[in-house]
Design a binder for this molecule. Structure first.
Ligand SMILES: Nc1nc2c(ncn2[C@@H]2O[C@H](COP(=O)(O)OP(=O)(O)O)[C@@H](O)[C@H]2O)c(=O)[nH]1
Ligand SMILES: [Mg+2]
Length: 197
């Protein structure tokens, strides 16, 4: 028995943390080591089968990548709207990517909370499950401790956190598998009428 799903996943975070590299690693199994500024927004589609015992769910994940030099202030609402899941990416050698970094085009400091608020605002009253990805785990420089990562997740209602490397591939498949499964589980839970939005 096969069931079909479509899932919109937005991949957000500061410039240079590895968003585009993670998507490329997941979809093409490659890492080029080059910095390619994404122009506009980039949408990559990946088909996966998720098995729940005897039941297979065929899932089409569309991964929405941010423009390389995006402007946080003018980020189009349509980019975040309709998201079923969000991956927020930071880099372990760049603590500012977790705690707040100046937007390249304005003086505003953008933190994880700003991303969370933006995602929620664009999708209310629907709650969008979020996963934090701490990328570049292959680097020796690790300036983010497990405890501080966990703390940020708790404060911002982020469901889980993974250390990944787009370079070696560590945990990359796992993150996208987990993300693909989140909305699917939700769609199969019956919500009592009094709780429906
Ligand atoms: N060592 C290492 N470098 C990475 C990793 N992921 C991305 N990079 C590098 O970091 C830079 C920015 O990556 P990119 O994917 O373009 O970041 P984006 O701006 O968030 O899309 C590039 O030079 C990548 O090669 C990783 O897991 N490990
Ligand atoms: Mg990019």
């Amino acid at each position: 028995m096969i069931e079909y799903y479509k899932i919109k996943t937005v991949v957000v975070g500061c410039n240079y943390v590895g968003k585009t590299s993670l998507i490329r690693r997941y979809v093409t199994h490659k890492f080029t080591g080059e910095y390619q500024a994404t122009i506009g927004m980039d949408i990559t589609v990946k088909e996966v089968d998720l098995n729940f015992g005897l039941i297979t769910h065929h899932v089409t994940i569309s991964l929405h990548d941010l423009a390389g030099q995006y402007r946080f202030e003018s980020l189009h609402k349509n980019f975040l709207k309709g998201a079923d899941a969000a991956i927020i990416v930071v880099a372990q050698d760049d603590p500012d990517s977790l705690y707040g970094k100046k937007d390249v085009h304005s003086e505003k400091v953008i933190s994880i909370k700003d991303w969370v608020d933006r995602i929620d605002e664009a999708n209310k009253p629907k709650f969008v499950p979020k996963i934090l990805v701490v990328n570049k785990s292959d680097l020796e420089t690790n300036l983010l401790k497990d405890d501080e990562i966990k703390d940020v997740c708790e404060k911002n209602k982020i469901l889980g956190a993974y250390r990944t490397s787009a370079k070696t591939g560590e945990n990359v498949n796992k993150v996208f598998q987990v993300v693909a499964g989140i909305p699917l589980v939700r769609e199969n839970i019956e919500v009592p009428p009094e709780n429906q939005a």
